[in-house]
Write a protein that binds this ligand. Structure first.
Ligand code: ADP
Ligand code: MG
Length: 716
């Protein structure tokens, strides 16, 4: 067989042919290599051959015996035919039954030895005796051929209509035995040795047809593990399966490290700030930075001083104080004569940032402007802004993705900050970057992505985290209510407002529709106005005109509104510290990340805050879990881990993962430790040899892995 298994069509493998090749294509298998990495989803232990007399009911058992009868029986009712095989091993009788498969009879001869394997049942008529429906069967042969379907740990594959598991297993067995010798291991020997990982051939073989005896119990702490070998395989925790996961993760991380290396060596701007503006900002602040904020700013400053572009991810839970860090970084750039831009996902957020910082910035004698899709609707103002940005007169721009859409030109953009990065795609990040000449880039996110995941999703970025909240923040007291307990909530709301505080009430939809019977913001507001005639209640939602939204947010912020009824438009970034209570109506309808973001709108001041989750029946099982987690946990990272566990990585990332290769074998949660190892090794390797010149085989495989996603190794 040819060496390049990734190009060898599966069709030409023994026992496949054009018809089965089509079926295999349905499973995503077109080449031999695809097949090698098409792993079983579970394994069955058909290794221990037992005496028939000692079989256990309800157990998966395997026996060897002689065929004493093989007959097709017509069942009395209807036209059903039953093929019944009786086998004896001297200790007892076992019946195998196949319904409506009379053709099975021709496979068996009286007196022949056969191995049967399956779940043992009690014979319903005899009261005793053993039988198995649809047993796996196999004949011991004299020429020493290995068993495929019995007398071993047997792989079970997901298959497709027209191709039985048994057929697929046979194909796999033949394929492995013919081409295992042609598989070359791309991972450098010393890496495998360092982490005690077995060779690739051995690992592929054992991941399909495990040889439990020779398999190390587990990679660590075998003394505490009471699992039998097959359980380790079923949990994909055997050293062989780990080796295959490692391969995939290693290819993945090699790609990311090549990308990152490419950016690191690009020339960028060395900002040589002496910190005058940042110092002045500090003098104006009513608080001191937390230790975590200081540390993170050091990271950023260090990057900004280097003559290469910064590419850093700043992660920090809602309310940890990322905005101030962004402002400090922008001041550094401005002080060095460059423009800075802060791009945020919603107009409300852009306006809020602008309102919060324009005074400070203007007091420093600098120019700042706000640019969103629909604010500044006057052509004149827009054109003036455009000119100011192009001439460099405007130092700091705050805006939404309108910044990209409207072809705004900068004079000398030095720093791009993207807030709440999870709302933007990788595309937008790179479009914004192109507005300058290799500007520094800082992306900030409050989506608390588990660390292992941020390594994959943002794997080409450096990483800083603010893991500390400002002092005197108290966790938001969160409780779950049902419809019958509403009065309690309304009482609490009115008491809170009497104390001078403000309240958010969040609805899943703006208006009632015929299709759903969800409570809506508009109806909700009307009901509240009847209930609390003396209070100032306003409504905000995404379909309102921007000027109106702006006005309402400004009034709310200044304390002129007691209850703000809203949809999820307030989900991200909104910061009104006097708001200390939130009611989320139909909480069962929201995702965990969204609930956490919403709740992050309260608990921003020093007073105790509350979040009421009002759930309407029926509350599904996942929803109940989500709500339980919200009540129990305040840590965004914990919540994200749980979210991920409920939804799985695909859903969790949704379309955001576009542009990333899929992982077929590895699972970033289960294989978190392996991922870390793979990342370290990949980055070390690329550090030493950026073009993988010394490892052409590995380079080819990495390119193949990332093909169609990102071009990794450019010439030059
Ligand atoms: P996020 O990280 O969610 O964007 P913000 O930057 O909006 O958080 O900060 C939340 C609130 O905390 C703001 O009102 C901000 O002024 C305040 N804040 C930020 N840093 C500190 C600090 N070190 N001490 C006290 N309050 C702070
Ligand atoms: Mg923020």
């Amino acid at each position: 067989m040819g060496k390049n298994l990734s190009e060898f069509p599966i069709q030409y493998i023994k026992g496949v042919g054009p018809h089965r090749a089509k079926l295999l294509n349905n499973l995503g298998i077109t080449t031999v290599e695809d097949a090698l990495y098409y792993l079983p989803y579970r394994y069955e232990d058909r290794k221990n051959i037992k005496k028939i007399s000692s079989l256990g009911y309800g157990q998966l058992e395997t026996v060897i015996g002689k065929v004493i009868s093989a007959e097709v029986i017509k069942l009395r009712k209807g036209s059903l035919k039953l093929f019944e095989l009786t086998v004896s091993d001297g200790s007892g009788l076992l019946k195998g039954k196949w319904f409506n498969q009379p053709f099975m009879k021709k496979n068996f001869k009286i007196g022949q030895e056969v191995i049967l394997s399956g779940i043992v049942k009690r014979n319903p008529y005899l009261g005793a005796g053993f039988e198995v429906d649809n047993p796996e069967y196999e004949f011991p042969t004299d020429d020493g051929d290995a068993f495929i379907h019995t007398a071993r740990i047997v792989p079970v594959y997901r298959t497709t209509a027209g191709l039985s598991v048994r057929q697929l297993r046979t194909i796999m067995f033949n394929l492995l035995n013919t081409c295992i010798g042609d598989i070359s291991d791309p991972v450098p020997e010393e890496i495998l040795e360092r982490h005690k990982l077995p060779g690739l051939n051995e690992s592929i073989m054992n991941s399909h047809f495990p040889d439990i005896e020779s398999c190390p119990k587990s990679s660590s702490g075998s003394s505490i593990s009471r699992e039998t070998g097959i359980d380790i395989f079923n949990r994909r925790a055997s050293i062989y399966q780990k080796r295959l996961s490692f391969n995939e993760l290693f290819m993945f991380e090699l790609g990311l490290s090549v990308l990152k290396k490419g950016k690191d060596i690009e020339r960028g701007i060395a900002f040589n700030s002496d910190g005058v503006l940042v110092g002045r900002l500090h003098d104006m602040l009513p608080f001191r930075l937390t230790g975590a904020q200081q540390r993170v700013f050091e990271d950023i400053l260090h990057d900004m001083k280097r003559p290469h572009p910064m590419n850093r991810l700043l992660q920090g839970d809602v309310g940890c104080g990322k905005t101030i860090i962004a402002i400090m970084a922008m001041l550094v750039a401005v002080e060095c004569g460059y423009q800075s831009v802060l791009m945020v996902p919603t107009e409300i957020l852009a306006e809020q940032h602008y309102i919060n910082i324009h005074k400070i910035i203007e007091d420093m004698g600098l120019n700042i402007c706000l640019l969103t899709g629909s604010s500044n609707t006057l052509r004149v103002t827009r054109d003036a802004l455009r000119r100011g940005i192009a001439s460099g007169e405007i130092n700091i721009v705050i805006g939404t993705h309108a910044l990209i859409q409207e072809g705004i030109e900068f004079k000398n953009l030095g720093l791009v900050i993207i807030d709440e990065q999870h709302r933007f795609g990788v595309m937008q990040r790179s479009l914004m970057r192109k507005k300058g000449v290799n500007p520094d880039v800082l992306v900030m996110t409050a989506t608390p992505i588990p660390r292992t995941l941020s390594m994959t999703l943002y794997g080409d970025l450096d990483y800083s985290v603010i893991d500390e909240l400002p002092p005197e923040r108290r966790p938001v007291i969160t409780s779950l209510f049902n419809e019958r307990q509403k009065d309690y909530i309304y009482k609490a709301i009115s008491d809170e407002i009497k104390k001078g505080r403000q309240v958010y009430i969040v609805y899943p939809i703006i208006e009632e529709t015929e299709k759903s019977n969800l409570k809506s913001a508009i109806i909700g507001k009307e009901a509240l106005e009847k209930m609390f005639p003396g209070l100032k209640i306003s409504l905000i939602h995404g379909k309102m005109r921007p000027q109106d939204k702006e006005g309402i947010m400004a009034t709310f912020k200044s304390g002129g509104i007691d209850i703000l009824v809203s949809t999820t438009v307030i989900e991200v970034g909104v910061d009104v510290p006097n708001a200390s209570m939130m009611l989320i109506v139909h909480a069962e309808r929201f995702g965990l990340a969204q609930l956490h973001q919403l709740r992050g709108r309260v608990g921003r001041g020093i007073s105790q805050s509350y979040c009421f989750l009002l759930a309407y029946e029926p509350v599904g099982e996942d929803a109940r879990r989500r709500l339980g987690i919200m009540v129990k946990s305040h840590d965004g990272f914990r919540i994200a881990e749980e979210d991920l566990a409920i939804r799985g990585p695909g859903e969790f990332f949704g379309t955001r993962q576009a542009g990333m290769p899929d992982l077929k074998i590895a699972d970033i949660i289960r294989d978190a430790r392996l991922l870390e190892i793979a990342r370290r090794e990949a980055f070390d390797l690329i550090d030493k040899d950026a073009g993988l010149k010394a490892l052409p085989g590995l380079k080819r495989i990495v390119e193949q892995f990332w093909k169609g996603k990102i071009e990794l190794f450019k010439t030059g």
